[in-house]
Ligand binder design. Sequence first.
Ligand SMILES: *Cc1c(COP(=O)(O)O)cnc(C)c1O
Length: 357
Amino acid sequence: MELRVLPVEASQKKPIPTDDAKLGFGRVFSDHMFQMEYSTAKGWHNARIEPYHELSLDPACTVLHYGQEAFEGLKAYRGDQDGIFLFRHRDNLRRMNASCRRLVMPEIDIDFVSDALKKLVLLDRDWIPRSPGCALYIRPNIIGVDPFLGVKPAESFIFYIIVGPVGAYYPEGFNPVSIWVSDRYVRAVRGGIGEAKTGGNYAASLLAQKEAKQKGFSQVLWLDAIHRKYIEEVGTMNIFFMFDDEVATSPLDGSILPGITRDSVIQILRKWGVPVVERKFSIDEVISAQKSGALKEVFGTGTAAIISPVATIHYQGHNYTVADGKTGPLSQRLYDFLLDIQYGRKPDPFGWVERID
Ligand SMILES: *Cc1c(COP(=O)(O)O)cnc(C)c1O
């Protein structure tokens, strides 16, 4: 398939934000986007990078009623000497294909889309912020667009990628967060769509997230849907607990999103010789470890924050403080290491980082 590039006219270019401190997350998008369409007859076709534009959709189309869609989230980093770096981006595209299989959508060609993604990032390279911790966020999305209300998998799809500058997740420094353990709502159950990166999981989480925010907590910690006791993950992050010298995270057994940051952290800890296990553990185990002093650190992992230390866990009316409410040394070391390799400041012993210019 050919990739056409239709650049925006100079007079139509949007102003690039100049104050990186005000960027926030996901509000500003660059001048261009990648798009292609799928039909049963033609497969993926009409691939192009063109000016950022609104989509025109039939009001009956599949995604708007039955949520047939999947997305990804990754970043391009501007490092020293203006180098532009991607982190494990092919793993994001592989995971998108796994989500597509689960949601009965056509897979994308990883080589082709990887190439298109790099061309898009380089075309809009002036949009990649320079301040520390800032990056260009990349959002691939695939949606079913049959103009038909019957419940069945769509036969026509749109895949697109939009990009935009995002601010540092911790503008005032590396700040631990507080999390609310939900014992009322559940996010996903084995056999459902919890391991796919799809909008439906987020729709299911919004009410719990709203209630947690109202109570002053920044994220929800989900328990398993059957026993309501095993730790699963946080709103947009996987989660790790350090019990004495051992780090534990929940196994990928069908209801948890297989985070790329999660996998990276496991591999880094193994390389550092820090014991790390994927095993089931319950909220009761966490609380008794907190009471006995065995719970040393808790941190979330995900592309947005990279590492997010947890200061407080709220469960059934009680607040439990972790690491004296501060950032623990392991969280800090992981954060520094990951950012150093993502911005090309330190050698990457894993082969995860690719310089694209
Ligand atoms: C995207 C996501 C994560 C984190 O995945 P990364 O690949 O590390 O960014 C974790 N949990 C959920 C529910 C997610 O959607």
